[in-house]
Design a protein around this ligand. Structure first.
Ligand code: MN
Length: 129
């Protein structure tokens, strides 16, 4: 039997405050957290930790979040992991670029606690594992 305690979220986020808030909220809701602060670190940790979902910042110091997403999808080891875009991007161009990429969910910053947890729960439960 799977409980939420068996569920792991990989958070890829370079902003310390956003990372802390997302981590705290998800831990309170029973998730285990793996943290990465760059795109390359996220790409390394995803196949190693096989999380139930990835919460992926779009503006990272090294790689563009959409590129990280595409690389996760191209790797057979990580292709099935649901990915949630975690973005403060507000321009229409950014929004459509993220939407077109095919993410499994979207969470906007600043975090709205209720919809944030609901989105993560929904993506994790709708995921392939
Ligand atoms: Mn960022």
């Amino acid at each position: 039997m799977t409980s939420s305690k068996d569920r792991t979220i990989l958070i890829v986020e370079d902003n310390e405050m956003n990372m802390k808030l997302a981590r705290d909220v998800l831990e309170v809701n029973g998730y285990q957290i793996v943290a990465a602060t760059s795109g390359e670190q996220g790409l390394k940790l995803a196949p190693q930790t096989n999380p139930n979902a990835v919460l992926l910042d779009i503006q990272l110091p090294d790689l563009d979040g959409v590129e990280v997403f595409q690389r996760l999808r191209e790797d057979p080891q990580t292709a099935q992991i649901p990915v949630i875009a975690f973005t403060a991007s507000v321009t229409a161009v950014d929004k459509s670029r993220v939407k077109d990429a095919g993410f499994d969910g979207f969470v906007s910053k600043p975090i709205d606690l209720k919809s944030f947890v609901a989105t993560v729960d929904q993506v994790v439960m709708g995921g392939s594992k």
